[in-house]
Design a protein around this ligand. Structure first.
Ligand SMILES: [Zn+2]
Ligand SMILES: [Zn+2]
Length: 338
């Protein structure tokens, strides 16, 4: 069995290892990276050297049982990766495995429950308790999809109800889906909005839908009132880009979606809907700030010009939407932040 001094690690590194009581290559291979790093003078460069030298004699460093886990969506190890549990129907387990998690099935999967699927929001009798290792960001994205779907279904239902006696209809453009991390980054480069409003088949306005837990006023509101409306500069840019490229007025909608317990699952329930035209939204701009611990900059808006969805059909019927479109035609998309 080769000795450490015959591995060709150089005098200094060999000395450090021998001082730590490591005499043979086999002893060296019983250490893991984290343990080696605590020997003074041993860093990433030394560890690379050691790994190469050990490989030549058919050995490798020990696995660290306390190493950080890899996020299944990104294939990247991080300390905030943890075991996340989801209640999903059969087809959503398959969809996430193939579409979002690089083909990795859940680390735990049991079909035991019936209730509301966290992703597609459908009630299923074969609901799975499925677990994957995810970082904080990917977990947040995964958990937001069901809420967005509930919001989109609510918008579609409210629209159909309000415009049932007209030739106005809603076309869904961007379906919320949990995508692979790389795909999401690519997609960011081609902005899209959530809905198009059509009148007799002709697009008259677009809708970008945001979802949150708080309300924006009105009769018997549920929960807490939103103090200021926040929108990332990136989202503002996407909206403006679509408005410019398509030559279309984009209204911003806010759907309030809350959690309701449906043991053993949680159901998303949409309870309120508000809207604002781009000019009023531009006028509501207050300031921009980078949120603590985040790199994205968010724009902040006052909420008093948001109006309840009950007024949206009237906004169209009385020609106010036509005035907004006319103003847009003359002046183009207003700046959403300054
Ligand atoms: Zn599902
Ligand atoms: Zn991740």
């Amino acid at each position: 069995m080769p000795f450490v001094h015959s591995l060709g690690l150089g005098k200094a590194l060999t000395g450090r290892l021998e001082n730590a009581g490591i005499k043979t290559a086999k002893e060296l291979a019983s250490w893991n990276q984290r343990e080696l790093r605590s020997i003074s003078g041993v860093g990433s460069k030394s560890i690379d050297k050691i790994e190469t030298a050990l490989e030549r004699v058919g050995l490798a460093l020990a696995e660290d049982p306390l190493s950080p886990y890899e996020c299944v969506r990104e294939g990247r190890a991080a300390w905030d990766v943890r075991l996340c549990s989801f209640h999903l129907c059969e087809s959503c387990v398959a969809e996430w495995t193939v579409g979002a998690f690089r083909g990795e099935p859940p680390v735990f999967d049991a079909s035991v429950l019936s209730g509301s699927c966290q992703n597609c929001t459908q009630v299923a009798t074969d609901l799975h308790l499925a677990q994957w290792l995810l970082c904080g960001n990917c977990e947040r994205v995964a958990r937001s999809i069901g809420r967005s779907i509930a919001a989109e279904q609510y918008v579609a239902a409210r629209f159909e109800e309000a415009f049932r006696r007209s030739l106005v209809e809603l076309e869904r453009l961007d379906q919320p889906v949990l995508r692979a991390h790389d795909a999401q980054i690519l997609e960011r480069k081609t902005p899209s909005i959530d809905f198009m409003i059509l009148e007799e088949g002709v697009p008259i306005a677009g809708i970008e839908l945001k979802t949150g837990r708080s309300h924006l006023g009105g009769w018997a509101p549920v929960g807490a009132k939103m103090g200021t409306f926040q929108l990332d500069h990136g989202d503002c840019d996407d909206i403006s880009e679509v408005a410019d490229a398509e030559g279309i007025v984009v209204y911003l909608f806010h759907a309030q979606v809350i959690d309701r317990a449906e043991p053993p699952t949680t159901r998303f329930e949409a309870v309120g809907l508000w809207w604002i035209d781009p000019f009023s939204f531009s006028d509501s701009y207050q300031t921009s700030r980078t949120r603590p611990r985040e790199t994205k900059t968010a724009a902040y808006y006052s909420t008093d010009q948001f109006r309840s969805f009950e007024e949206f059909e009237e906004h169209w019927r009385t020609g106010k939407m036509a005035s907004v479109r006319q103003r847009f035609g003359q002046h183009g998309q207003p700046p959403l932040y300054r």
